[in-house]
Design a protein around this ligand. Structure first.
Ligand SMILES: [Zn+2]
Length: 351
């Protein structure tokens, strides 16, 4: 774990100040010190130079062995190889080519199989060091332009590696251009919900959340970030028997990973329930709250089932996202308040 050992003081949007310890920055890939990185690079580069030499020598032997050489001192027809000695005509007796200096060669052509085979063996051997962990695991992304590394985010196989490299450039080296940072933020916003469900998405979402609090997001990016920050869903048993109660559960989860304190937390309340065109005010007392990145909250509600047939339940919910100490409204900064209607449908069947 590399530790820069420096405290960065960041100003939040509203002028609140919090300390972010960059040494806390989670780099799960275990970023090494620069010196160790350079040593690993030089080992990997030495191996690659060795491989390149083997391939060049191998290719030379293969080509020269295949082209072969001429053996003997007798003149021969260039076209058919007939020995042009003791002739009476000015043409080759075998193929009829006019005999002239350009049409004549000396000696017989022979391929040099030993040389060509040696070349092939050298080239095969040359590929073996490429499998060395020093070469395969070396962080070659370090040498690629940001635009290329960004493209790696589009594929699951290279997502994590690309993300680490972009974070390294941005956070440790501070060399990531602003345009690349904007593209990175856009790509992470596209995947915000997906990443929150993935065990490997944590790091990327921490990065995105910090970028948000640091003021690196544009207005529309901030809007999208907050819009996706809370997921509210409603689950209902699809088939209910006539005369029973319909139980359903309302669930809130956050698409922001667990963080340090202060961090994001959410306060939510179901305000209205609309069922069969009847609107009911929900009196559930105080709002519930949860830390974003925790499992979230869910609660059960129930209403009497309607008549036989299909029905829709709508719940209107209001939530507020805070940044600060959990459940400390006075000491937290209010980031966003939203109201949203979530729906589920069920069917009542005769008893
Ligand atoms: Zn000939």
């Amino acid at each position: 774990m590399g530790s820069v050992g420096r405290n960065l003081t960041k100003t939040l949007h509203g002028g609140r100040v919090s300390d972010w310890h960059i040494s806390d920055w989670p780099f799960p890939c275990g970023h090494d010190s620069d010196r160790l990185e350079q040593m690993k690079d030089s080992i990997a580069i030495s191996i690659l130079i060795f491989v390149a030499l083997l391939l060049i020598v191998g290719l030379y032997l293969l080509i020269s062995g295949w082209r072969g050489r001429r053996v003997g001192s007798e003149p021969r027809c260039r076209k058919c190889g007939y020995i042009l000695l003791h002739l009476t005509s000015a043409r080759c007796p075998e193929c009829g080519t006019t005999i002239s200096a350009p049409n004549t060669v000396i000696g017989e052509h022979q391929r040099r199989w030993g040389r060509a085979t040696t070349g092939i063996i050298l080239m095969i051997l040359g590929c073996v060091p490429m499998m060395a962990p020093e070469v395969r695991n070396n962080n070659w992304y370090r040498y690629l332009p940001a635009s290329f590394v960004l493209r790696g985010l589009d594929f699951p196989a290279t997502f994590q590696k690309s993300m680490w490299e972009l974070e390294r450039r941005d956070v440790l080296e501070k060399t990531l251009p602003e345009s690349a940072k904007q593209k990175l933020i856009d790509k992470l916003l596209q995947k915000q919900v997906e990443l929150s469900k993935s065990p490997t998405g944590h790091n990327s979402l921490v990065y995105l959340s910090k970028a948000f609090m640091d003021g690196h997001l544009t207005e529309s990016q901030m809007e999208l970030f907050l819009d996706q920050a809370i997921l509210a869903t409603i689950a209902v048993r699809p088939i209910v028997t006539e005369g029973d109660h319909v139980s359903f559960s309302v669930r809130y989860t956050g698409s922001i990973p667990p963080g340090f304190s202060p961090w994001f937390w959410c306060q939510h309340k179901d305000t209205l329930c609309k069922h069969d065109d009847q609107i009911e005010l929900l009196h559930r007392g105080d709002s519930s709250s949860f830390r974003l990145g925790s499992l979230g909250n869910s609660h059960e509600l129930s209403v009497p089932a309607g008549a036989v047939g299909k029905h829709v339940i709508e719940i209107e919910s209001t939530w507020t996202i805070w940044y600060g100490a959990f459940r400390d409204e006075a000491g937290s900064r209010k980031l966003d308040t939203r109201t949203r209607t979530i729906k589920a449908s069920y069917e009542v069947v005769p008893r």
